[in-house]
Design a protein around this ligand. Structure first.
Ligand code: NAD
Length: 350
C-alpha cells in the first residue's frame, strides 16, 4: 500500500532589501531584538527609536564567533518561551553575521518557524550574510555545520552603522565584495578599482551593487545546488588558512582575501586567468589594506586540510577558479601536482 502526499505548492519567499537610513518599523506583534552587548552599547537606543511593536523585548547574547553555537540558540529560545512568543511573533537580528546567522536559525526552528528581520551592522553582514537566508551554527565538529535555509521577511541596511566599525572589520567586508565582483560582475570589479569607499555615496553604491549581485545568485539557486557555491571563491584556501592560524591571526574576510590570491595563482597555472588579471585583483585587495601573502609551512598538510572542508566531497576538492574577472569555473578534477606546485610558490617546503 502507498499513500502519496502531493506537496508541489510554490511558496513565495520574496522580500525586499532596503539600503537607506533606517525607516520607522511598525509591527503589530510581539517582537524580540536579538543583539550583543557591543552593538547594543553603540546603536540599540537608535534602533529602538525606530521600532513600534505590540510588545518589545531585548535578548543579548555574548559577542563573538565562539558563541555562534547551540548554547546561544538555547538562550534565545528560552527567552522566547518565557515571553510566550507565538507563531505570529517576530525576531529582529541586530548585529553582524554572527547575530544574523543565530537569529535566522532560531527563527527557523522556534515553533517550526517564525518570521524575522535582518538589520545588519557590519559591512560583511550588509553585503553578504544578511542576504539569502542561509544560517550556520558552529559545533565541536567544525564551523557552520548545523543550520537551515530560512529567508527573512525584510532586510534593512543602514550604512550609518558602519561609522563605528573597526577598520579591519570593514576590510573583511570589502574582501567579500571583491569576491562577488570577481565571481559574477566585471563592471562592478572595474568600479571597485576606482572607488573611494570613504565617500558615503560611493559606499552606498558599492553596497547596493554587492547586494544586487548576491540577490541575483540567490534568486537562481536559493539552496546552493550549483551557482551559489561559486560564492565560495577564495574560501577553499581561506578556510585552511583560518584553521592553520587557529582563527586568531586573520578575520574571515582577510583569510578569504589571501585565498583569492591563491585561487588566482592556481587559475593562472591551469591557463585560465591571465597573470595581468590576477595582479589587478591583488591590487584591489591591497588598496583596501587586505593581506595578499601567506607563508605555507608544509604544503602536504595544507593540501590534506582541503579534505576537512565540508564543501569538498570525500574524493574530490572543488576549486572555484576565475576563468577571467566576472566568470568563474567550478573544477573538481585538478591534479594534485598542479595544486602542490602553486602551494609551493607560497613558501612551502614539503
Ligand atoms: P561578527 O558578527 O562577529 O561582527 C564582527 C564584530 O563587529 C563583532 O565584535 C561585533 O560585535 C562588531 N560589530 C558589529 N556591528 C558593529 C558596528 N556597527 N560597530 C562596531 N562594531 C560592530 O562578524 P561578521 O563579519 O559580521 O560576520 C561573520 C559571520 O557571518 C560568521 O559567523 C560567518 O559564518 C557568517 N556569514 C554568514 C553568511 C550567510 O550567508 N549566512 C555569509 C557570510 C558570513
Amino acid at each position: 500500500m502507498q499513500v502519496n502526499i502531493p506537496l508541489k505548492q510554490t511558496i513565495d519567499n520574496s522580500y525586499t532589501i532596503t539600503i537607506d537610513q533606517l525607516p520607522q518599523i511598525d509591527l503589530d506583534t510581539k517582537v524580540a531584538v536579538v543583539t550583543n552587548p557591543n552593538v547594543a552599547g553603540l546603536h540599540l537606543s537608535y534602533l529602538l527609536s525606530k521600532i513600534n511593536a505590540k510588545e518589545l523585548y531585548i535578548i543579548t547574547v555574548p559577542d563573538g564567533e565562539e558563541y555562534k553555537n547551540q548554547q546561544s540558540i538555547d538562550t534565545i529560545l528560552e527567552s522566547l518561551f518565557n515571553h510566550r512568543f507565538n507563531r505570529k511573533s517576530m525576531l529582529i537580528a541586530f548585529g553582524g553575521g554572527v547575530i544574523g546567522d543565530m537569529v535566522g536559525y532560531a527563527a527557523s526552528i522556534y515553533q517550526r518557524g517564525i518570521d524575522f528581520i535582518q538589520i545588519p551592522t557590519t559591512l560583511l553582514s550588509q553585503v553578504d550574510a544578511s542576504v539569502g537566508g542561509k544560517t550556520g551554527m558552529n559545533n565541536k565538529y567544525g564551523k557552520n555545520l548545523v543550520g537551515a535555509f530560512h529567508q527573512p521577511k525584510a532586510v534593512y541596511i543602514d550604512p550609518y552603522f558602519l561609522s563605528t566599525l573597526h577598520s579591519r572589520e570593514f576590510g573583511a567586508g570589502v574582501a567579500e565584495i571583491v569576491k562577488m565582483a570577481v565571481t559574477f560582475n566585471k563592471e562592478f570589479f572595474e568600479f571597485l578599482e576606482e572607488a573611494d569607499l570613504k565617500d558615503s555615496q560611493v559606499l552606498r553604491e558599492v553596497i547596493k551593487k554587492a547586494v544586487e549581485t548576491k540577490a541575483a545568485v540567490v534568486a537562481q539557486d536559493e539552496k546552493e545546488h550549483g551557482l551559489r557555491a561559486a560564492l565560495n571563491y577564495g574560501h577553499t584556501f581561506g578556510h585552511v588558512i583560518e584553521n592553520e592560524t587557529k582563527y586568531k591571526t586573520y578575520l574571515h574576510g582577510e583569510a578569504v582575501a589571501i585565498g583569492m590570491v591563491m585561487a588566482n595563482k592556481l587559475a593562472c597555472e591551469l591557463g585560465l586567468m591571465s597573470e595581468y588579471e590576477a595582479q589587478c585583483i591583488s591590487n584591489v585587495l591591497k588598496k583596501y589594506a587586505l593581506p595578499t601573502s601567506y607563508t605555507i609551512a608544509n604544503t602536504q598538510s595544507f593540501y590534506e586540510a582541503f579534505f576537512l572542508d565540508k564543501k569538498s566531497s570525500d574524493a574530490n576538492i572543488t576549486f572555484i577558479l576565475p576563468n577571467s574577472i566576472g566568470d568563474v569555473k567550478m573544477l573538481d578534477d585538478i591534479p594534485k601536482e598542479s595544486v602542490i606546485k602553486v602551494l609551493e610558490q607560497f613558501g612551502g617546503n614539503a
